[in-house]
Design a protein around this ligand. Structure first.
Ligand SMILES: [Cu+2]
Length: 213
C-alpha cells in the first residue's frame, strides 16, 4: 500500500515526537496506572518551530462497561478490553502530525485506523465518517478522490509480536475546529473494514492549539 505510506514521518522526527510524549520502547509493558480516561494534555515540545502537541490515552472497555471509557471496543476478540491507546497530535502553523500507539491487541495483525468526525458511542456508526480536508459533497464518501491518506488521516498499523503498534500521519493542513473527534480502529487497512473500536479524542485546530494566542 504505497499510498498509505505517504505523509509518514521520517524516523528521526517520529522519535523526537514520541520521546516528547514520554513513551517507552515499543515492546515496553503498558503503564499499569494509565487512567481509564484522560483529558487532552498540553505539554511543551513538539515538532518544528512553534509546534505544540497534545495527547490523550485510555484503555478500551466494552459498550456498557461498569467503568466507561473514552475508548470503546466493539470486538473483544480483535480489540480486547484493557487494550491501551494513546493519540498524540503536534500542531504547528504549517503541519499537523497525529501519532497513534496501541498495546494489548492481537500480535502480528494488520489493523486500519482513521480520524473520524463523530464522538464514539455504543453504536459503532456514532463516530460518523472520516475527517476529510476537502469534504466530499457526496456522503457517505466512497470516492477515492476524497477517500485517501492525503485528504484523510490514516493511521493503519501492524502489531508486533507483543500486540503493540504505532502509526504516524503528517499533513500540511490542520483540522477545522470541532470537526475531528475520534480515532476508529478497523479490522482491515486501506480505508475500509468493520469498526472494532473507537477512541474519542478532542483534536485541536491550529488556531486553537494550546499556548497559541
Ligand atoms: Cu475509519
Amino acid at each position: 500500500m504505497g499510498a498509505g505510506t505517504a505523509g509518514l514521518l521520517a524516523g528521526a522526527a517520529l522519535a523526537a515526537l514520541v520521546t516528547a510524549a514520554g513513551t517507552g520502547a515499543a515492546g515496553a509493558p503498558a503503564p499499569a496506572a494509565a487512567p481509564v480516561t484522560g483529558g487532552l494534555v498540553a505539554a511543551p515540545g513538539g515538532e518544528g518551530p512553534g509546534a505544540r502537541w497534545v495527547r490523550d490515552e485510555a484503555r478500551f472497555a466494552p459498550v456498557g462497561a461498569f467503568v466507561p471509557s473514552e475508548a470503546v471496543t466493539y470486538d473483544l476478540d480483535l480489540l480486547p478490553a484493557a487494550a491501551w491507546i494513546r493519540v498524540g497530535q503536534a500542531v504547528s502553523r504549517s503541519e499537523t502530525t497525529v501519532v497513534a500507539e496501541v498495546r494489548g491487541l492481537r500480535p502480528g495483525r494488520a489493523y486500519g485506523a482513521h480520524v473520524h468526525t463523530g464522538v464514539c458511542g455504543a453504536d459503532p456508526q456514532a463516530a460518523k465518517g472520516h475527517y476529510q480536508n476537502k469534504v466530499d459533497p457526496v456522503q457517505p464518501s466512497t470516492d477515492p478522490v476524497y477517500v485517501n491518506p492525503y485528504n484523510e488521516v490514516w493511521l493503519d498499523f501492524t502489531t508486533d509480536a507483543e500486540g503493540a503498534g504505532r502509526a504516524v500521519a503528517r499533513h500540511s493542513w490542520g483540522f477545522r475546529p470541532g470537526e475531528a473527534a475520534s480515532v476508529v480502529i478497523h479490522d482491515q487497512q486501506g480505508g475500509a473494514g468493520a469498526r472494532l473500536g473507537c477512541f474519542s479524542v478532542p483534536f485541536v485546530s491550529p488556531e486553537h492549539a494550546p499556548g497559541r494566542s
